[in-house]
Design a protein around this ligand. Sequence first.
Ligand SMILES: [Zn+2]
Length: 245
Amino acid sequence: MIDITGLVLSVQDHKERNGIVYVLLEDRIQSVYARGIQSPASKNRRLCNPFSDVTLIVSEQKSSTMDKLIKGNVNKYYYHIQDDLIAQSVCFVLRDCLFRVHIVPEYQKLLKKVWENFSDKVSNLNYACFLMGKILKNEGISPNVNACVSCGSKQKIETVSMVGGGFLCVNCNQGQYPKWPKEDLEKLRNVLIVKDDLVDVLAKHASYDLDDFLFLAKWFEYFENVELPSVRFLSSIRTLGQGKA
Ligand SMILES: [Zn+2]
């Protein structure tokens, strides 16, 4: 038996009353087979809620990469996230991206910050954007924000081209893509170049919003060649919110 501590990303029903719990650890997403958790009487049921920080005691299965849940502890349950449609949807996008990439320790730390911030009703999406940016960077699909992707100039950058893979200058853009406000170009650059040890400092001063997050999520989709229903859903509720304003 070993114990693992991580963040519950999702739970999948499995045959009658069982489930498979996916837990984000420092170096991987561990799947844990949880017998009987769909039963209301199950003591382990509370360990299997998404948005929970848990420590699970599991037995490793020789024949499988899946561990078996014995018992465990909920360190913190960020249940408020479920009351907020945008917060929940942002978390689902992050979850879907994490399932597709190689996991590094920074992701667990950042996702926990995302959950904490939503739980504390922080209105910006700074940590969600930092996590998305980090994923893009580690996957090698980050926008080139150092120079114009077409001519290499660092002067007169005016927009971002997804097809081109990054910044475009005035001369190369030629009116193809709408001009970005200077502060938006800077925000995009900052979220991608921020060093791990400076993330908390940037988080204090920055204010990334849903549009910033969706831009990064769509960038992920484009370069990973996937379409994520969670991204489409988040886009649709964003438009809804705008209609009301
Ligand atoms: Zn250029």
